[in-house]
Design a protein around this ligand. Structure first.
Ligand code: ARG
Length: 310
């Protein structure tokens, strides 16, 4: 009995530590290893499938893999490879996230502008392809990727363990954190001050996960601009959103300021997502990002778009 109680107490304290560590999408070693192991197994499976498909007999492939392969993965692989052969690399994004993606009169890809759009265009063109953008809601991006409607997602998307179960991520290209946007005269100075305040977040963003993990009530909006408008109009007290985007909103609206709390909000890393097992595309994207990080292209783009007036 005593022993059981001790074990329970230990388990409980472990669980509490874990949830404290994961409060804001921070990867813990434990969850990481698990997700990676799962990802690796799936990646290995998909790789085998891809090799078989290239051997060109889809029917034989399907028969041979009948038990192991799931139909979704096979269809997805074929979709991604076919699109790239057409010379068009289609990125999905949600252009409601300045300075990474927003709609402008003269964007770098059609009407789409921002750091991510410039990166996407360069990755495609350096590899002899044209970049195309499919604009959709943030929540739909990973499903569209899994369905093969798009080849990759570039959307200031934070790598999380949950997302890693659905897709593969490139090497990260940007580090951000959640921050609080408040009115200039607000008494909110740290995350725990939000306890009795009206909190606004954007639906499906890591900011929503953060606030929800902290156990606070909140209202979720479809777009960052809607949440900020609510704050400007005095209908909410604080908006929790990614740092660079928050800076843009504060620059664009009078009377707002940013409050940071590094103890409460961990750093987050943005990466490009591809279908699970699409190693061909992932390798290409990783080489491009690594080169752009090394030669300063990405920091130059960040500086350019963070300073730019829209
Ligand atoms: N970094 C946050 C996340 O991954 C927000 C990203 C929003 N991006 C966008 N293009 N709307 O959840």
């Amino acid at each position: 009995m005593k022993k059981t109680a001790k074990v329970l107490a230990l388990l409980l304290s472990m669980a509490m530590t874990m949830s404290a560590l994961t409060a804001c999408g921070n990867d813990t070693a434990a969850t990481d290893t698990q997700a990676d192991a799962a990802a690796d197994t799936e990646a290995a499976d998909t790789q085998t499938d891809a090799a078989d498909t290239e051997a060109a007999d889809t029917q034989t492939d399907a028969a041979a893999d009948a038990e192991a392969a799931d139909a979704e993965t096979d269809a997805a692989d074929t979709g991604a490879v076919a699109t790239i052969q057409d010379g068009v690399l289609t990125f999905g994004t949600n252009p409601e996230f300045p300075p990474f993606e927003f709609v402008a009169a003269n964007g770098v890809i059609d009407q789409y502008d921002g750091i991510d759009m410039a990166i996407a265009k360069q990755i495609a063109e350096e590899n002899g392809m044209t970049a195309a953008i499919e604009s959709m809601e943030f929540d739909s991006l990973l499903i569209a990727l899994q369905n093969g409607q798009i080849d990759a997602v570039i959307a200031g998307m934070t790598v999380t363990d949950e997302r890693k179960e659905a897709v593969d991520f490139s090497v990260p290209y940007y580090t951000a954190t959640q921050v609080m946007i408040v009115k200039e005269d607000s008494d909110i100075a740290k995350a725990s001050d939000m306890a009795d305040k009206k909190i606004c977040v954007v639906q499906g963003y890591t900011g929503e996960t953060c606030v929800s993990d902290m156990g606070y009530d909140y209202e979720a909006f479809k777009k960052g601009t809607e949440a900020v408008l609510e704050l400007v109009n005095g209908k909410c007290d604080v908006v929790v959103i990614d740092s660079a985007t928050a800076q843009k909103y504060v620059d664009d609206n009078e009377g707002l300021k940013i409050v940071e709390d590094p103890d409460a909000f961990d750093s987050e890393e943005y990466a490009i997502a591809v279908q699970k097992g699409n190693t061909q595309l992932l390798d290409m994207i990783n080489s491009a990002i690594e080169a752009k990080l090394a030669d300063g292209t990405i920091s130059a783009l960040s500086a350019q778009y963070l300073d730019a007036e829209e």
